[in-house]
Ligand binder design. Sequence first.
Ligand code: GRF
Length: 208
Amino acid sequence: LRVAVLISGSGSNLQALIDAIESQQLPGVEIVLVISNKANAQGLQRALKHKLPVAYIPWKKREEAEQRISALFQLFQADLIVLAGWMRILSAGFIAQFPQRMINLHPALLPDDSSDSYTTSDGSVIPALRGLHVVERAIEAGLKVTGSTVHYVIPAVDAGPVICRAEVAIDVDETPDTLQEKLKNQEHRLIVEAVRAYAEQGRLVTSS
Ligand code: GRF
């Protein structure tokens, strides 16, 4: 399975994939390309350290950037595209080129359907937080639990069939930083799990 990873920042989830591949936890999986929309993304340095091909694609005009990205996917023959901390909205036309071949990590709990709420394992119903700043928003909303979700990318933002997710408790003294760290710890496990399931079972892996 040839994987392309799109990043915008620290790339700790990219690192989790690199580590899993290097420690033989993802047989048959290789990262063939890492793309960032930020020239100074720390994740690019991580990729270079492991001798992975990298590309910096500035995001001035979306159409142009998307054309360059999709040309690179073809050139590097990517089977699966992982959005790992990718902070740009991709157009519906772009997404449609890769049906069930693009997955995203979202730092909140998303339901299996398009509903606006999520039922946690203890039966409480919480809002499904989509879009930006969901770590802060979970604390501000006074939620006791949030989590991370890996899902297929469809044109609607932070929607699409769920592959796997994990719940994370929000403590009374939680700050965005402490919560982000807890979420990332789960994400590093989830993203490896999702890529492994995809590699083993093919495209239609979902939680439901
Ligand atoms: C993750 O928390 C992800 O859920 C969010 O951005 C963060 C990326 O972290 N969309 P990293 O760049 O993989 O360290």
